[in-house]
Design a protein around this ligand. Sequence first.
Ligand code: OXD
Length: 314
Amino acid sequence: MTLLVAITGWDPAPWAERFRKLMPDRRVVTLGEPYDGADIRYVASWKHPPRSLANLPHLKALLSLGAGVDHLFSDPALPDAPIVRIVDPDLTARMSEYVVLHCLLHLRQQRRYDHQQRNRQWVDDRLQPAARDMRVGILGMGELGQDAARKLALMGFQVAGWSRSSKRSTDAEMFCGADELDLFLQRTDILVALLPLTRDTRGFINATLLRKLAHDGPFGGPYLINAGRGGLQVESDILACLNDGTLLGAALDVFEQEPLPPSSPLWPHPAVTITPHNAAMSDPETIGKQVVAQIQDFESGAPLRNIVDRDRQY
Ligand code: OXD
């Protein structure tokens, strides 16, 4: 059994090293090394080059090294093996840190205080709403959304979740499907996007959607946090909404084009907080272990876990 580590955009070396350490009796190769496609049984992929997996006749599973699997579907010659998505407590915890951080930075108006500090300005300002006054709405209630909901609810935020199909949550008021989307948006002061990127969600966060968010919250307007995928958002609409007051601000970790081009008007915008798509980094230490456990369990006869539905693309 050979495992092919097919990665672009990240350094494949620590991944290959981790897999070799965890499976010393198996062969682990990276895309640059010579190998016979007929020997490959598993692929661990992050943004593998399109068509690079076309000749693997005995492939048993394709394992994504990130939470999102949209990178796989851009390959027109994607092999017909089961696709496994990673569900990793470490990655999930990192994403929740990002979401809670940006909800709190907005709630506690930290950008404004940073600005005042730079100007040596002490403003005696008593307007400080509590988390219980702020309604957070999470678009996408998969593993990541549910964990963020739990941690935000612990902080006292009023949390709601929206998902395409019906889901239960003990931490969030749930809304589901197209029929309940408007109701969800109308009660949302902070919109957190954690949806997968699929043919149905591309461009989902556009001006029409943003205009439906609440304007009767503590700051009189909504805030956007996107840590899902850049393809979910229409950046020209976000900018227009920031500039006409529809949106008070945005924290964006993901972009239509990455790296975000230096010419993007999002960079200098005073109401935008930018991070370089690192809200939830994949760690070879923890994810390597998960991938190897999946392979070993599968080889001892257990079914693969967290299989992606190719039709729904998540
Ligand atoms: C992921 C990511 O999908 O880091 O895990 O974007």
